[in-house]
Write a protein that binds this ligand. Structure first.
Ligand SMILES: O=C(O)CCC(=O)C(=O)O
Length: 273
C-alpha cells in the first residue's frame, strides 16, 4: 500500500467537500491477487474457516445482476485483512477526522458485475447509532478502473455538513437509488453537486461518515470491485441503549462487563502514540 502524506491542501479539501479522491493507493502488483479472492469468498470458501458477519450474495443461488457484498471479509481472508486493516488506512482516517486513532468497525467486499444494480444513497454513520460517538470515516479502495458507466461510487459534495438522518429506504438495488437523497434535499432546500469517483484500479476515496453517497447501475461490460474500511475513533464505546442500524449484527460483540469495542472483533488500525 502506498504511504499517504496528508498535506494541508488534502485536509482542507476534505473539510470543505467531505471526501478526497486519489489515483494511487494500492500497488498494481497486488490488485490481481486481491481480485482473485472474490470468487472463492462469494462461494463460501473461507481461508481462515471463519464466516464473514454478512454475506448477502451466493454463487448459483442469488440473481446475477445485483451488487454483491460481504461485510467483515477480514475475518475470512488474510489478504483482505492486510488491506482493510492496514495502519496507513487507520492513520489517514484518524488524521482526516482529527481523531487520536482508528478502529475498524466493519469492512465491505463489494462486487458490481456488468448490469449490476444500484446501492441506495445513504450516510454511513447513520447505521452506527449503537456506538458513541456516532461517527464514521470510510476508505474505499477500488480494484478496477471506475467511470460513471461502471456504476461507480458517487458523492454529494459538501453534504457532510448537512447533519445525520436516520437510515431510510432500500440499500440494495432500489429502483431509484437517489430517492432518499432527493427527498431530503427538497425538504431542506439543498442543491445537489454530484461527483463520480472515477479512478484507475488501485485508486482510493476517503469520505466522512455524514457524506451522502450511493451508486448507480453498472451499464458497462466490466466488473467493478472494491474493498472498503469503515473506521471509528479508537476510543469509541458501545452505546448503552441504542440498537438501530447494524446493531443487530455487531452489538453481540459487547462484553457484559465493558462498553469498550473489543480489539479481537474491532481491530485497532492506528493510534497517535
Ligand atoms: O461502492 C459502492 O457502490 C458503495 C460503497 C459505499 O457505500 C461505501 O463505501 O460506503
Amino acid at each position: 500500500m502506498i504511504n499517504l502524506e496528508l498535506d494541508h491542501t488534502l485536509i482542507n479539501n476534505f473539510n470543505r467537500d467531505g471526501f478526497i479522491i486519489l489515483e494511487k493507493f494500492i500497488e498494481r502488483d497486488f490488485i490481481e491477487n486481491v481480485k482473485r479472492k472474490f470468487e472463492p469468498l462469494f462461494k463460501g470458501k473461507f481461508e481462515t474457516g471463519i464466516e464473514p458477519d454478512e454475506w448477502n450474495w451466493k454463487f448459483d443461488k442469488d440473481p446475477v445482476d445485483v451488487t454483491r457484498q460481504i461485510c467483515n471479509g477480514w475475518k475470512s481472508d488474510n489478504l483482505i485483512k492486510s488491506f482493510v486493516c492496514h495502519e496507513i488506512v487507520g492513520k489517514a482516517c484518524a488524521e482526516l477526522m482529527n481523531w487520536n486513532g482508528s478502529k475498524l468497525i466493519q469492512d465491505n467486499v463489494l462486487w458490481k458485475p456488468p448490469g449490476g444494480k444500484t446501492l441506495g444513497y445513504h450516510q454511513d454513520a447513520a447505521y452506527d447509532d449503537w456506538i458513541i460517538p456516532q461517527t464514521m470515516m470510510t476508505c474505499w479502495m477500488s480494484l478496477d478502473d471506475t467511470t460513471k458507466e461502471t456504476g461507480t461510487l458517487e458523492y454529494v459534495k459538501g453534504s457532510h455538513k448537512w447533519g445525520l438522518q436516520p437510515p431510510k429506504g432500500e440499500f440494495h438495488s432500489p429502483e431509484d437509488y437517489r430517492e432518499q437523497l432527493k427527498i431530503f434535499a427538497e425538504k431542506n432546500n439543498k442543491d445537489l453537486d454530484i461527483v463520480y469517483v472515477e479512478v484507475p484500479a488501485g485508486g482510493v476515496a476517503f469520505h466522512h461518515g455524514y457524506m451522502w453517497h450511493g451508486s448507480g447501475i453498472n451499464t458497462s461490460d466490466k466488473h467493478r470491485r472494491a474493498i472498503v474500511s469503515h473506521c471509528v475513533p479508537s476510543d469509541a464505546k458501545f452505546h448503552p441503549t441504542n440498537n438501530g442500524g447494524t446493531a443487530k449484527t455487531y452489538k453481540k460483540y459487547k462484553k457484559e462487563d465493558s462498553d469498550k469495542l473489543p480489539d479481537e472483533f474491532f481491530p485497532l488500525l492506528w493510534k497517535r502514540d
